[in-house]
Design a protein around this ligand. Structure first.
Ligand SMILES: Cc1cc2nc3c(=O)[nH]c(=O)nc-3n(C[C@H](O)[C@H](O)[C@H](O)COP(=O)(O)OP(=O)(O)OC[C@H]3O[C@@H](n4cnc5c(N)ncnc54)[C@H](O)[C@@H]3O)c2cc1C
Length: 296
């Protein structure tokens, strides 16, 4: 039986998982430790007697790379990649600039040097999550026996106490399977410009055929504060294959307000956050389509 409190540093996935099974609720995984620290300091989570650092596990530390054959390409990001590394990576800047923008909006440089994309996802309320949702990101987990893939959207619907190890994040960049997008946006609103938790965060990707003024392949997501980010399928339906018009914008505004259910907190009321989310998405659609069509 393991008794002494300590920080464990296994050097492979299997050992990390065995340790976490043995120590059970007496342990937790740690990457950058910035989210855990916030919870310990706020008293919302007790510090576990055993911390399992993943900093020596090679699969989790994998460098950002483009993998797969042409037509089935994906960007693979090791879960321990720091937010600072995400921002400066050329592949990510080329293939998923909306995710880079999201990372730039998280905390300040000192936290971004330490905090990881994996930790941001596992906080369940991280500001990178809306961008990952609209990019159709998949998560690869190690469950003790094998590596399994799960879409981030599916995981967010069922995230309970996580015992598995998040190994990597996979972003499809295949342009022939409807993954192609011509516009992408990400906006975070807080109570001041930077270094502040988000009130509302929205992200979107899609195509807009300028000649016809028609939207297609639209994905939208909203999060912020202590609410788990969600995709907005009902709002997407109001946009996809429809022509840009003021009526479309009004319908979108109404639908976002129906679909998004934030909660009141010390920083803003639920009604205010719903309104901000709707306005942000509508203003992005206006920016994309408005230059082409004068609003009637
Ligand atoms: C001053 C300050 C400002 C901040 N501002 C923001 C902000 O603007 N936006 C924002 O989104 N966040 C913010 N954060 C929160 C945090 O810094 C980020 O979410 C960061 O990305 C968390 O990453 P981490 O590596 O430090 O996570 P950690 O604290 O190491 O871990 C977070 C959670 O994930 C689990 N975990 C970590 N890695 C794995 C893995 N590979 N497999 C399984 N479980 C794992 C841990 O057990 C823990 O439950 C802020 C924090 C601070 C202190």
């Amino acid at each position: 039986m393991i008794t002494n409190e300590k920080v464990w540093r296994p050097d492979n996935l299997h050992d990390a998982w065995i340790l976490s099974s043995k120590l059970s609720d007496q342990c937790c995984f740690v990457s950058g430790g910035t989210w855990l620290r916030t919870q310990w300091e706020a008293g919302t989570k007790e510090m576990a007697p055993h911390l399992i650092s993943l900093d020596k596990v090679p699969e989790v530390k994998e460098d950002i790379s483009l993998k797969g054959q042409l037509g089935q390409e994906e960007v693979v990001i090791g879960a321990s990649t720091t937010l600072a590394e995400m921002i400066t990576n050329p592949t990510l800047n080329e293939k998923a600039p909306v995710l880079v923008k999201a990372c730039k909006n998280i905390a300040g440089p000192s936290i971004r040097n330490q905090g990881t994309i994996g930790g941001n996802i596992l906080s369940c309320v991280g500001d990178a999550i809306p961008a990952l949702i609209v990019l159709n990101a998949k998560l690869m987990w190690f469950n003790g026996d094998e590596l399994v893939y799960q879409s981030i959207e599916e995981w967010l619907l069922n995230q309970d106490e996580v015992r598995d190890i998040l190994v990597s994040i996979h972003i499809p960049t295949d342009k022939s399977k409807g993954e192609h997008y011509e516009f992408a946006f990400y906006t975070k609103v807080g109570r001041r410009e930077s270094f502040i938790p988000s009130l509302v965060t929205v992200a979107g990707t899609g195509c807009y055929r300028k000649g016809e003024g028609i939207f297609s392949h639209v994905s939208l997501s909203v999060g912020g504060g202590n609410v788990v980010p969600i995709r907005l399928p009902n709002t997407e339906v109001k946009i996809i294959n429809n022509e840009y018009s003021s009526e479309l914008l009004y319908n979108v505004l109404r639908q976002v307000q129906q679909d998004y259910k934030p909660i009141d907190d010390a920083f803003g009321s639920a009604a205010y956050k719903r309104k901000v989310a709707g306005n942000l998405i509508v203003s992005e659609l206006y920016r994309i389509g408005g230059s082409n069509h004068a609003l009637e």
